[in-house]
Design a protein around this ligand. Structure first.
Ligand code: NAP
Length: 348
């Protein structure tokens, strides 16, 4: 009796277990059937994302080759024929402006230089005309003076047929700093030199270009425009202004034969960034002004927005894709180091 009882209990337990397993299998099958719809949906999203990323990579690589390698292989475009014989370059007695003016002169373009120092303008003007056998002229103007500067420039450019305008002039901080530490004069200068100058220069030369239905405008912005850059707040914002200004202008005037380009370089070893020992020296990522200008000029007519130098293009692509807080964190980290270095140097 007790034996029967024991085996009966185990049979019941076995039946319950089997039923439970059956139910579990059933449940599992049901769950996986409904899940497979989600898994398939997720797989489609994953595939779409991967294809998009691959296409972007292919497109970016193609753009890089087209922009930075092809012009060197295929040969240079005839800038004079395409845009005109005369170019105006602002901030052209030093750094990028001077190097860009020389690159244009090398291609047979006559140059009008604009900067503040008459002595430097005379020397650069003479050196360019003697070296490249082109005509040169210059206008002395200080963009931080606002309207006064544009009167002189308007006079100087009267009756001239300008084919190319390079808005290169720009002011940087003495060293990266907090906004409230900047003087009132510094703020006005930054607005006048970095923002107002490009607007006014375009306003002076663009009507003539439109009339001839050809011309090129190059605005030298900066990579600091690609995300908000703390401790270079007003500089970065002024360069973002220039970048948006150029891109909008491009769409407005492309159909009228005018090519507008926004150049957004990272660090170039010039006097402007001499506040740090690292940035003031030419290195793998920090080209000299001459090296930079020779690359940047070959992108003219090809890209409406480019850092102008292939190594900077890689940095810019990465920079734009970083989450804003990471970009801001790095910017602030490096700016603090440079500020400390500059302050220590100043105190000596
Ligand atoms: N260097 C970089 O790492 C870097 C990176 C990104 C973008 N950028 C941009 O590239 C442009 C050129 O920079 P850079 O490094 O070549 O500068 P730079 O070596 O300091 O040369 C500045 C030029 O501008 C002239 N200039 C300065 N203030 C002026 C004013 N108020 N009115 C008229 N002319 C003035 C200077 O000549 P005078 O002193 O004789 O007037 C000089 O010819 C700037 O717009 C800058 O923001 C530079």
């Amino acid at each position: 009796m007790s034996v029967l009882n024991v085996s009966g209990k185990s049979a019941i337990a076995l039946l319950i277990t089997m039923a439970a397993v059956d139910r579990f299998n059933l449940l599992y099958r049901e769950i996986s059937r409904s899940c497979s719809v989600y898994i398939e949906a997720l797989a489609i999203v994953g595939a779409w994302y991967t294809v998009r990323k691959c296409l972007t990579l292919v497109f970016n690589t193609y753009s890089m080759i087209r922009l930075h390698a092809l012009p060197k292989l295929v040969g240079e475009i005839d800038i004079v024929k395409r845009y005109g014989r005369w170019a105006v370059v602002t901030g052209s007695t030093d750094g990028i402006g001077k190097a860009y003016a020389e690159e244009l002169a090398k291609r047979g373009v006559n140059i009008i230089l604009i900067s503040r120092s008459k002595e430097k303008l005379e020397a650069v003007s003479r050196s360019i005309s003697e070296t490249y056998k082109v005509e040169t002229d210059f206008i002395v103007a200080d963009f931080s003076k606002g309207r006064e500067a544009y009167q002189a420039i308007k006079e100087g450019l009267k009756d001239r047929e300008i084919g190319i305008l390079v808005n290169n002039v720009g002011l940087f901080y003495t060293y990266p700093d907090y906004f409230t530490n900047l003087s009132e004069d510094m703020l006005w200068d930054m607005i006048n030199v970095n923002i107002a100058s490009a607007n006014m220069m375009v306003h002076i030369v663009l009507p003539g270009m439109v009339e001839k239905r050809k011309g090129a405008i190059v605005n030298v912005s900066s990579a600091s425009c690609c995300q908000p850059t703390p401790m270079l707040t007003i500089y970065g914002a002024s360069k973002a202004y220039l970048d948006y200004f150029s891109r909008a202008l491009y769409y407005e005037y492309a159909s009228k034969g005018i090519f507008v380009q926004s150049l957004t370089p990272f660090v170039i070893a010039t006097k402007m960034v001499s506040c740090s020992r690292v940035t003031s020296k030419r290195s793998f990522f920090f080209p000299s002004a001459e090296e930079y200008a020779s690359h940047a000029i070959s992108t003219l007519g090809l890209s409406k927005r480019t850092p102008g130098y292939w190594k900077h293009s890689i940095e810019f692509t990465l920079g734009e894709r970083l989450p804003e807080w990471i970009w801001a964190w790095f910017a602030q980290y490096f700016c603090r180091i440079i500020r400390k270095e500059a302050l220590t140097h100043k105190a000596k």
